[in-house]
Ligand binder design. Structure first.
Ligand code: 13P
Length: 342
């Protein structure tokens, strides 16, 4: 019989499907809801996530949904626990298990991710609630002196310890090193930093005996900073990202699912598509694990009003469909125009 880890990764790496990150912490979802003038309450968060998860045809594009702890034990409108609802749809439930960022002392405002204490015990409880994979995010800001080698090494070590604990508790870890998009840095600088970060992550994963066959890598794309005066083109981003991934990510990793990191929804789709059209063939599945690039439009349309649910769900399903096409290199920009006219 296939092991639990093997069955989980096989499903997460399904060609043409991606992962929905709906695991914003209470603080982050509060900010996103405030931006559309909705008060963040347990009920408004439940209602919004209910909207996402009950979107018709979601299972055609999404293999797994990352949830926040609160949502794991909340119910959909028809009285089912969220993980149970997902299971009925053939979608896996995942759980964000890190406990956010704290300062990495004696650095220039760099940060490290906390949450290893008691992680094994929490994973056992999350499994009982229906989670079969987990997520942990490390962040790296680019500035003149950062990321420092101390931050790169420390975050890699912690990511690897998290991944090992997950696998030993039958949970597939999503390993997420995020190089932040903020700054005026160039594509070349992003490539240089990302290469160092990924190298350190895989070195630590090896040291901690993490089985690469049972992880999802969730990196940022190699992209020029948001304030860069000479932004890189879609083709340049795709080429640079693949160059760095080929140098650093072993072929044993089954699937790489990018984060969107503050790119526009259209950019995130176009970049993914461009990578999936470059040859030669890639050693890994290359897909998405987006939060903002999938949720931006549905959240704006919903606006906290139940009358807008079906329109918001249609916008979400469309974004999921376009990214699904991008994950097999079959998206083109004219599909965005069709949407505008619809
Ligand atoms: P974004 O796609 O909005 O970057 O979020 C992905 C994620 O899960 C961050 O941890």
């Amino acid at each position: 019989m296939m092991s639990h880890l093997a069955a989980t990764i096989q499903q997460l790496a399904t060609k043409g499907k991606g992962i929905l990150a709906a695991d914003e912490s209470a603080g982050t979802i509060g900010k996103r809801l405030a931006a559309v003038s909705v008060e963040s309450t347990e009920e408004s968060r439940r209602a919004y996530r209910n909207l996402l998860i009950t979107t018709p045809h979601l299972n055609e594009y999404i293999a797994g949904v990352i949830l926040y702890e609160e949502t794991l034990s909340q119910q959909t409108l028809d009285g089912m626990l969220f993980p149970e609802k997902l299971k009925n749809l053939g979608i896996l439930a995942g759980i964000k298990v890190d406990k956010g960022l704290i300062p990495l002392e004696n650095t220039n405002q760099e940060q490290v991710t906390q949450g290893l204490d008691g992680l094994a015990e929490r994973l056992i409880a999350y499994r009982k609630l229906g989670a079969s994979f987990a997520k942990w995010r490390a962040v790296y800001a680019i500035s003149e002196g950062t990321p420092s080698s101390l931050s790169i090494k420390t975050n890699a070590e912690i990511l690897a310890r998290y991944a090992a604990i997950c696998q030993n508790n039958d949970i597939v870890p999503i390993v997420e090193p995020e190089v932040l998009i903020d700054g005026d840095y160039t594509l070349e600088r992003s490539a240089e930093v990302s290469e160092k970060v990924l190298q350190a992550v895989f070195k630590a994963l090896f040291k901690h005996k993490v089985k690469l066959e049972y992880i999802v890598l969730k990196p940022s794309m190699i992209i020029s900073g948001k304030q860069c005066k000479t932004p890189a083109s879609v083709a340049e981003v795709a080429k640079a990202t693949l160059t760095i991934l080929r140098r650093t990510v072993p072929a044993a990793v089954p699937t790489i699912n990018f984060l969107s990191g503050g790119q526009t929804p259209e950019q995130a789709t176009a970049h993914l598509n461009a990578m999936n059209t470059l040859s030669p063939a890639l050693p890994w599945n290359l897909s998405y694990s987006y939060a903002r690039a999938l949720q931006e439009y549905p959240m704006k349309i919903w606006h906290g009003d139940s009358n807008n649910i079906s329109q918001a769900q249609a916008a979400f399903a469309l974004r999921a469909k376009l990214n699904s096409l991008a994950s097999v290199g079959k998206y083109n920009e004219s599909m965005e125009k069709e949407k505008m006219q619809a």
